[in-house]
Design a protein around this ligand. Structure first.
Ligand code: MG
Length: 179
């Protein structure tokens, strides 16, 4: 009954401005012939690739949204509008680098990312270690902080019919000590 008021206030402040924050993101791109298939910044040889204004890297886009969401900084469409000629055919690693800077400026550090790619063909698994290295380097992380999983669409929905590539991501960020 007689709790010290200072502790209650500190607890309330922590709830209002938590040290740890989660974000989720997902993305889907239609696949068409004549486009390069790029996932996690890695080019995967295949006869089709994502249709998009940028390079259509669904994994990088899902991670951007997860990071922006964790920091409540909006979404990828707000920061990189697909009407801007600046981003036409741009490498999505540029988006990730920019998002990392936004988080830095807002006083957040990235703790870890987990993600899942949905693609019917080709097999993604052999390329995952390279994607982890590339994404980690872009975000200033170690590869083990960036988890990437892959699954098919079991022959159903747009992924399963080979019409689309999908990615889902979740990110955990922490308020950095300096903020
Ligand atoms: Mg996208």
């Amino acid at each position: 009954m007689n709790r010290p008021q200072g502790i209650c206030m500190a607890h309330r402040d922590r709830l209002r401005d938590p040290a740890y924050r989660l974000g989720i993101g997902n993305d889907l791109h239609r696949l068409a012939p004549g486009r390069q298939l790029i996932l996690g910044g890695v080019r995967i040889p295949f006869e089709k690739g994502p249709v998009g204004h940028s390079d259509g890297d669904a994994l990088a886009h899902a991670i951007c949204d997860a990071l922006l969401g964790a920091a409540a900084l909006g979404d990828i469409g707000r920061h990189f509008p697909d009407t801007s000629p600046k981003w036409k055919n741009a490498s999505s690693l540029l988006f990730l680098r920019h998002v990392r800077r936004l988080l830095d400026q807002a006083g957040y550090a990235i703790l870890n990312i987990d993600s899942t790619i949905g693609l019917e063909r080709p097999k993604v698994a052999p390329h995952i270690p390279r994607m982890q290295k590339k994404l980690a380097a872009t975000l200033g992380l170690r590869p083990h902080q960036v988890s990437i999983k892959a699954k098919t669409g079991e022959g159903v929905d747009a992924v399963g019919r080979g019409e689309a590539v999908r990615a889902d991501a979740i990110a955990l960020i922490e308020r950095s000590a300096k903020s």
